[in-house]
Design a protein around this ligand. Structure first.
Ligand code: N01
Length: 558
């Protein structure tokens, strides 16, 4: 009897409840459900911790929350009608509008009937005897399935630093990533906000409008670029509507998933005046043009990067009245572009208001949270009615590591990833058959306009799942060689760049004890897509389809 026959015999009568469990009902989970259920005829179910669809946009309801991607490319493109019928009200879509869009998607494709809300997946365990996964939820339910698709998002595991006394504060505490659904009224309150990343940059101007006094605690200044939000002129809207195919193709083949093109010229070979002349229109246009649509050598060459930094430092000094505050807001000690650049709508100008204060907690860190506020290392105490933690996320690996995922031999995924993620294509990991991550670590993911990468990954997972079913395979899993090579390739890609020189969440540096490994893949959107397409064309190079699947499910097309 061959090993394959043995597997077949062992699994013959194994019944699964569903063909696929999808974890999360954000962009990724919704499209994955549509794809598997409606296009491929699989029985699939989403388990979602929130009370509605939206994923990151369900939880991040802080004031000012909106996407930093232009709205016309911040959505699905797989369905032309869907793309056409949804009209965004502004250049960048606001949180409530993105959530409404995703609710519309769920209604349009009748997805809600296969989503279990208010239910967190706590564990997923692979059984080698039956080649199935058992997924456990916080309601105690257990579901068996052939495939598990983690559509858990890259920035969904919120991080509140373990400051001594963090629970002792007598006022109200909030995390931007878990904002109260009914909103918060800061009118007349003394508010402290910890953190100056993208969330804080959006929230600060709006909280400042309500609070009687606002203190912003900054550990690392960011390079912040104007968003230049507003309504989209009708002629631009019409031109885009006429170019659906062109837009779709350009973003899919692009570097970062945007309609931005890097310059041929190098900043390193240009004068400061030439660099300024290139950057100024991009600064005025707003958005990521200065970062992802200007000089490519700024990611590799610190001297080239310094020219862009000089331009940006001058812009900060122009916007901020008080020279000392301006100096504090000017980033130091790391290159431009290797930390996620927030887009702002009046962030710098907010510090010109007399009731808004900036406090440097790099030189004088937060020592503890007290019942009345915060105390710094030098003993300075601040009193607040409310504290907002805009302190980010355990990014990329955090959402996976929170779930007890056990593969072959009972191996725990987070133990396998103890020294950093190990994947093939940022999609799968050896020892964890039939488990896929959408925009997981070691894929372009957070270094791209997310919906573009999400669509590509969902399509790819569907293709691989389809191939497994066509072959009657019980499992599909990468080889150790393919995984080793991908991990190595990720390390090689980042080596010549400046990304590893900064303390960022891309590097896991924001979480004490987290391995310092650059987590996104730097192949970039178009080339990464090609690598995946080649893998499929080359008979799923790097994957092993193993065993014959004879699992049965009532009424299944197994
Ligand atoms: O989180 P962050 P975020 N003491 O990690 C500080 C996406 N996003 O929620 O930089 C003092 O960027 C920390 O300081 P430092 C986007 O990809 C997108 O703002 O680590 N400070 C930092 O200032 C973004 O990048 C959108 O030194 C502490 C801040 O807290 C990602 O989500 C909107 C500290 C955390 O910033 C995360 O953004 C919002 C401590 N112990 C978010 N610990 C849009 O598309 C942490 N900090 C618009």
């Amino acid at each position: 009897m061959t090993a394959a026959q043995e597997t077949t015999d062992r699994t013959e009568m194994t019944a699964v409840d569903v063909d696929a469990v999808i974890i999360g009902a954000g962009f990724s989970g919704l499209y994955m459900l549509h794809k598997l259920r409606d296009e491929m005829g699989l029985k699939a179910r989403i388990y979602e911790a929130g009370g509605g669809v939206g994923g990151t946009w369900y939880w991040n309801r802080y004031p000012g929350a909106r996407s930093d991607s232009d709205s016309y490319i911040y959505g699905f493109t797989f369905d032309e009608e869907l793309w056409r019928e949804w009209q965004w009200s502004e250049r960048y879509p606001e949180q409530h509008e993105i959530r409404a869009y995703l609710e519309h998607v769920a209604d349009r494709f009748d997805l809600n009937r296969d989503i279990t809300f208010d239910t967190k997946v706590t564990a997923a365990t692979f059984d080698e005897g039956s080649n199935t996964w058992t997924v456990t939820t916080d309601s105690g339910k257990q579901v068996t399935t052939q495939f598990v698709i983690a559509a858990v998002g890259s920035l969904s595991s919120s991080n509140t630093p373990a400051f001594p006394g963090v629970d002792s504060f007598a006022g109200d505490s909030y995390h931007t990533g878990q904002w109260p659904h009914d909103g918060v009224d800061f009118a007349g309150q003394r508010v402290g906000i910890v953190g100056t990343g993208a969330s804080a940059v959006q929230a600060v101007p709006l909280i400042a409008r309500e609070a009687s006094d606002l203190t912003v605690f900054q550990r690392t200044a960011n390079y912040i670029i104007p968003a230049n939000n507003g309504p989209v002129p009708d002629d631009v809207r019409q031109a885009r509507l006429a170019d659906y195919q062109g837009i779709r193709e350009r973003i899919q083949q692009s570097v970062f998933g945007f309609e931005l093109t890097l310059l041929e010229e190098k900043a390193g070979e240009s004068t400061q005046e030439e660099v300024d002349a290139q950057l100024m229109p991009r600064w005025e246009e707003g958005g990521f043009g200065i970062w992802l649509g200007s000089y490519v050598d700024i990611f590799f060459d610190d001297a080239a990067n310094a020219k862009v930094r000089k331009f940006l430092h001058e812009r900060i000094r122009e916007k901020v009245d008080d020279p000392e505050t301006a100096e504090l807001l000017i980033p130091k000690g790391y290159p431009f572009g290797v930390k996620r650049n927030p887009l702002d709508s009046g962030y710098y100008e907010t510090f010109n208001q007399p009731h808004v204060h900036l406090v440097d907690v790099k030189s004088n860190p937060i020592a503890e949270v007290t019942p009345t506020g915060l105390r710094l290392a030098d003993g300075t105490a601040y009193e607040f009615d409310a504290i907002v933690y805009a302190t980010g996320f355990d990014a990329m690996t955090g959402p996976m590591n929170k779930i007890e995922i056990r593969g072959r031999d009972g191996e725990l995924l987070r133990e396998k990833w103890e020294e950093g993620p190990r994947t093939y294509l940022g999609l799968t990991s050896v020892g964890f058959p039939n488990l896929f991550t959408i925009t997981g670590p070691q894929s372009p993911s957070v270094l791209s306009n997310m919906p573009v990468s999400i669509e590509q990954h969902v399509d790819l997972v569907a293709t691989i799942v389809g191939a497994a079913r066509e072959r009657g395979a019980a499992t599909v899993e990468p080889t150790a060689e393919a995984e080793d090579a991908w991990v190595q390739e990720n390390a090689e890609l980042v080596k010549p760049t400046l990304f590893e020189t900064a303390e960022t969440w891309y590097m896991g540096a924001n979480i004490p004890g987290k391995p310092r490994v650059f987590m996104p893949n730097l192949s970039f959107v178009g080339p990464y897509r090609h690598k995946c397409d080649e893998m499929v064309a080359d008979d799923y190079r790097g994957f092993v389809f193993d065993g014959a699947s004879s699992r049965t499910r009532e009424g299944a097309n197994a």
